[in-house]
Design a protein around this ligand. Structure first.
Ligand SMILES: Cc1ncc(COP(=O)(O)O)c(C=O)c1O
Length: 425
């Protein structure tokens, strides 16, 4: 780890906290620096090979450096990489997305999940002429002001800023409800229903570990938003093209008014997208008066990588990624049980996380109550064993189509040793 440590010391002088996105600083004992990625593995500047269960925090559904993505990127590079004018690939990618996600709808490409949710919320406000947005405690929708809002003393209240620099006036436009708790949503609608523009939700929460929706939760959100004339936004930045090609809408059979996508649809390059029916989408500039623009929107390299990624998923499916995670999730629980720990493993297809402690995990309070210290120790010991799991309890583990039985076995062996050491502290 000597080469990584030296780079980190230099990084601490030029980046706040030494990194460019906070979660990267949580890697213990310090961030490792990557030389290259291949398939299910990362190779570090220290000469180590790591089994990657993070996958860029979700985008790399085909694993690192998939040959077809590489070929498409090389081919796109050859034709230049920024035009400031449209190109065919953006039309093809939008058509492909719409064939799975919202037939008859429209797309706006942006450059990150953050931009996608920011635009979706602006669009919902423009469309409804209302001000307030309901989000859920523990759901993450990127780093813009309106969603950097936490629940107050109890969920079901006007939000308070979750970051310095977010004015209270802005945070108060976001109402915070409890995940998987429809009562907390009804309370907000009874009080503020006439002024609620949208409910934004991660249909499977991937930012409090992994927390699936309880039966009826998403359906309940659909019903109440319809009743009050608010829009339902599914933030599918993580779940889109991961749960199924149609995302959570297809997986759970619930239709949202607006879907935000990111991560997988860019094949590992920066991307975000807003998807909705024509009536809503035509409110966006230039056909409507809700503004969004971007120098890099529908970037040619991203479009090329995204298109080929979705084509590979169409021909090969998602089952290999899901099967690998099934095996990983089983071993997570089995070994914890064998060592006498209380635990919950939540898995949905190729996303999973373990929580140490009593009781099931259905919301952010449950996730916060789990034993983060033990998880942290597990992360550190897994890294020593050559497996990179998310450094925070509040993130998901991911598998890709490059993860097969050999990777599941490698994970299992590492985990058996790492968990024993983690318990000892
Ligand atoms: C559900 C969800 N929405 C939005 C975002 C923000 O995406 P980005 O990091 O691309 O801005 C994330 C990021 O992890 C996310 O998990």
């Amino acid at each position: 780890m000597e080469a990584s440590r030296r780079l980190y010391e230099r990084a601490l002088k030029v980046f706040p906290g030494g990194v460019n996105s906070p979660v990267r600083a949580l890697v213990e004992p310090h961030p490792f620096y990557v030389e290259r990625g291949e398939g299910a593995y990362l190779y570090t500047v220290d000469g180590r090979r790591l089994l990657d269960m993070v996958l860029g925090y979700g985008p790399l559904i085909l694993g690192h450096r998939h040959p077809k993505v590489l070929e498409a990127l090389r081919e796109a590079l050859d034709r230049g990489w920024l035009y400031g004018a449209p190109a065919e690939a953006e039309v093809r990618l939008a058509e492909k997305i719409l064939s799975h996600v919202k037939p008859g709808g429209m797309v706006r490409f942006v450059n990150s999940g953050t931009e996608a949710t920011m635009t979706a919320i602006r669009l919902a406000r423009g469309y409804t002429g209302r001000r307030l947005v309901v989000k859920f405690d523990g759901c993450y929708h990127g780093s813009h002001d309106g969603v950097l809002v936490a629940a107050g003393s109890a969920a079901g209240e006007l939000g308070i800023p979750a970051s310095e620099g977010v004015p209270g006036e802005v945070a108060r436009l976001t109402l915070v409800a409890r995940y998987n708790d429809l009562e907390s949503v009804y309370t907000l609608f009874q009080k503020y229903g006439d002024d609620i523009a949208a409910v934004i939700v991660e249909p499977v929460a991937a930012n409090m570990g992994v927390v699936p929706p309880r039966r009826g939760f998403l359906e309940g959100l659909r019903k109440v938003t319809r009743e009050y004339g608010a829009l339902l936004i599914f933030d599918e930045v993580v779940t889109g093209f991961r749960l199924s090609l149609g995302g959570a809408q297809e997986y759970y059979g619930v239709d949202a008014d607006i879907v935000t996508l990111g991560k997988v649809i860019g094949g590992g390059l920066p991307v975000g997208a807003v998807v909705a029916g024509r009536r809503v989408m035509e409110r966006l500039a230039p056909s409507g008066k809700v503004f969004n623009a971007g120098t890099f929107n529908a970037h040619p390299l991203t479009m090329a990588a995204g298109l080929v990624t979705l084509e590979v998923l169409e021909s090969e499916g998602l089952s290999r990624a899901s099967e690998s995670m099934k095996a990983v999730a089983e071993v997570l629980g089995e070994e914890a049980g064998r060592l006498g720990l209380e635990y919950t493993v939540n898995r949905v297809e190729s996303m999973a996380q373990i929580f140490f402690g009593k009781g099931e995990v259905w919301n952010a309070d449950d996730a916060r109550a789990s034993d983060h210290r033990l998880y942290k120790a597990l992360h550190r010991e897994m890294l020593r064993e050559g497996v990179f799991i998310a450094p925070s309890q509040m993130e998901s583990l991911f598998t890709s189509t490059a993860h097969g039985p050999a990777e599941a076995e490698l994970f299992a062996e590492a985990y058996r040793r790492a968990l024993r050491r983690a318990i000892r502290g």
